[in-house]
Design a protein around this ligand. Structure first.
Ligand SMILES: [Zn+2]
Length: 367
């Protein structure tokens, strides 16, 4: 039951200092005019003015709900800044130098709406450090499992490029750290965010020691990669698994992908550690998929069972996307309940349970 297992949540309010604001003037000037032109298109016909979706209120919504409805077994820890050496395991020196040069400044980094504010580089170092702290606590046995509440998110960041709200690839930094410092040989990364984790795939494309499994809405949905034929390259051929899905998929499709593709792949790979790029933008209140909270509970249950069976329970969640605050906060809460030992419900098509109840309610009227 909930509370049977220890879960460490890494949370640090210093990550709230990442506050990109679409209305501020940005550097470099040349990019500024292009990006402003692009954003002006988003304003046209919009009922609500466009604002940067990856905002500090996301983390506050999660922690507010956890304060209001504490999950038994969950404890809290703070982040530390990832070192240059730790970031340098997955990003190039020149890329890191470019990002560090933006400390204290406002800037647009690309047309995928990745922006920085004066506190963003510090926040990004803490986000990567939070993922490292979570992995260290789990591998060193100080907690059963852990959830790093990272901002900015990470899975779109490539070795040489910031993309899609991401500066440093937090989950990749954590996986590389586990291999370099913590004695883990093989790391499984599960990415259930609605967007393809292009950055994580790129970083480990040729690595046979990191198995990357990603369910996402199929291209041309952002970022446009993640076809099933992308299976890794060179020594890493066979250790990238993509499951592109049509819009509107719900719990049954995701759970089928996990049971029929992820589970046998993980059993073959035999990981020492399982990391999850946990996005909540596939919830039905958010974008284009139809996940319910039961769906998040079941996905968590499946990866927790894999971790229990294959790697001594070592499971670390790393926060990625999720822009509807209700879905994000309740989604994280639901995942934590399962990690803390809670059961997860049997999955049926959303609505089927409700119809069964209503059928029972009306049954006598027609007999
Ligand atoms: Zn996403």
């Amino acid at each position: 039951m909930v509370g049977d297992r220890d879960v460490l949540v890494i949370h640090d309010t210093r990550m709230l200092a990442h506050q990109p604001n679409a209305e501020e003037p940005f550097i470099p000037g040349k990019l500024d005019s292009r990006v402003q032109a692009m954003l002006s298109g988003l304003f046209e016909g919009a009922v609500k003015k466009w604002s940067y979706p990856e905002h500090p209120g996301r983390l506050s919504a999660i922690t507010d709900l956890l304060m209001l409805e504490p999950v038994p077994g969950v404890g809290f820890g703070v982040a530390r800044a990832a070192t240059h050496e730790e970031l340098g395991r997955v990003h190039t020196t020149s890329y890191l130098e470019n990002i560090f040069a933006l400390r204290g400044k406002q800037a647009w980094l690309d047309v995928d709406t990745t922006a920085v504010s004066p506190g963003s580089v510090d926040a990004a170092e803490l986000a990567a450090g939070a993922a490292i702290n979570a992995v260290e606590a789990v591998v060193q046995g100080r907690t059963g499992s852990a959830f790093a509440l990272c901002r900015p998110p990470g899975h779109h960041a490539e070795s040489v490029r910031a993309r899609g709200f991401c500066l440093f690839n937090n989950v990749a930094v954590a996986a590389a750290h586990a291999r370099a410092e913590l004695g883990c040989e093989r790391v499984l990364i599960v990415d259930w965010d609605v967007h393809h984790g292009n950055g994580t795939q790129e970083i480990f494309l040729a690595s046979p020691d990191v198995l990357f499994f990603d369910t996402h809405r199929a291209a041309p949905f952002y970022p446009g990669s993640g076809n099933k034929e992308e299976i890794g390259q060179g020594l890493g051929e066979g250790t990238t698994i993509n499951v592109p899905l049509p819009a509107g998929c719900g719990d049954p499709a995701l759970i089928k992908a996990f049971r029929e593709i992820l589970v046998p792949a993980a059993e073959w790979f035999k990981p020492d550690l399982i990391l999850v790029s946990a996005g909540f933008d596939l919830h039905r209140l958010d974008m284009c998929m139809n996940l319910s909270f039961d769906g998040f509970a079941a996905m968590t249950g499946i990866v927790q069972e894999l971790a229990d069976r294959l790697c001594n329970g070592r499971l670390v969640m790393v926060l990625e996307g999720g822009y509807n605050l209700e879905a994000l906060a309740r989604g994280v809460h639901t995942v934590l309940e399962v990690m803390a030992g809670g059961d997860y419900p049997e999955i049926v098509e959303p609505g089927v349970k409700e119809v069964a109840e209503i059928a029972a309610y009306h049954k006598d009227a027609f007999s």
